[in-house]
Design a protein around this ligand. Sequence first.
Ligand code: ASP
Length: 317
Amino acid sequence: MPYGIIGTWRMAFEGAQIALQMLKSGEWAKFALERAVKEVEDYPYYKSVGYGGLPNENCEVELDAAFMDGDTLSIGAVAGIRDYKNPISIALQLSEKSFNSFLVGVGAEEYAHKEGFERKNMLTERAKKIWEKRISDMKEKNLSPYDGHDTVGIIALDERGSMAVGTSTSGLFMKKKGRVGDSPLSGSGFYVDSQVGGASATGLGEEIMKGCLSYEIVRLMQDDRTPQEACDKALYEFHHKLANKKGKQPGAMSVVALNNKGLWGVASNVEFSFVAGTNKEDLKIYLAYPEGSRKTIIKEANKEWLEAYEARIKKPI
Ligand code: ASP
């Protein structure tokens, strides 16, 4: 039976590599996925997820995360949670509840505390420096505060045909306290049904949630579209619809999908890196670009791109 994994952005690579090995050894999709997302949450140089994530306008790191089990359609999510090490694990546990499965802010923190989840100050010195620099750039250069975000969204399929999806993010840099993006919203940031496949989105949450993009992609796959066809159709049609309604180009939106046969697809209206691997193909880092804003061009990331990425994320502030 096929197995596989796909994740948004270059940052998913290390975690997805561990998860793909776990899937190869027969691990359940949901535990492989949790492991993959935790790896991203724990790495301090990924500045849009977990530890090291960029703070809100008050310099507080507020995190959003969600988990969905494709076998049962159970969902768990947290939003605006502060000072917990692995929001994905809290979301996964919440998905097992019939009631109170999506908790926000103080309620999410109290739940995590009672359940013994590990606490951690999620604001790194580096993230604080980036915040301070942005405050002064906003004053001096009249720069938009809202430039900087990314979500790790991972979909996994195991040998039994079980599927799961998870998301985790610090959301929009400099967001208002209490702002929630698409990442913890079912159907927008994620959706999975093991009888079909799963999808996850990243980009400007305020746009993505208008189109319920992840649900739309799963619905299109259910209508016999391949993951690539479903991503192209959902993303570019929605991009054009928004552009027409707004009279200007929409914000960044990128999507990934994996079906229950181990086929994957992606689409994006900006340059977008992602990782994918299955029982047939090694995990690789790819770049996707929109072509004529109807189709997606996909290339493997080359050495120069990877080196520039590494230098960029570790650049002194
Ligand atoms: N979608 C996330 C949010 O709006 C950020 C991102 O994925 O870039 O919070």
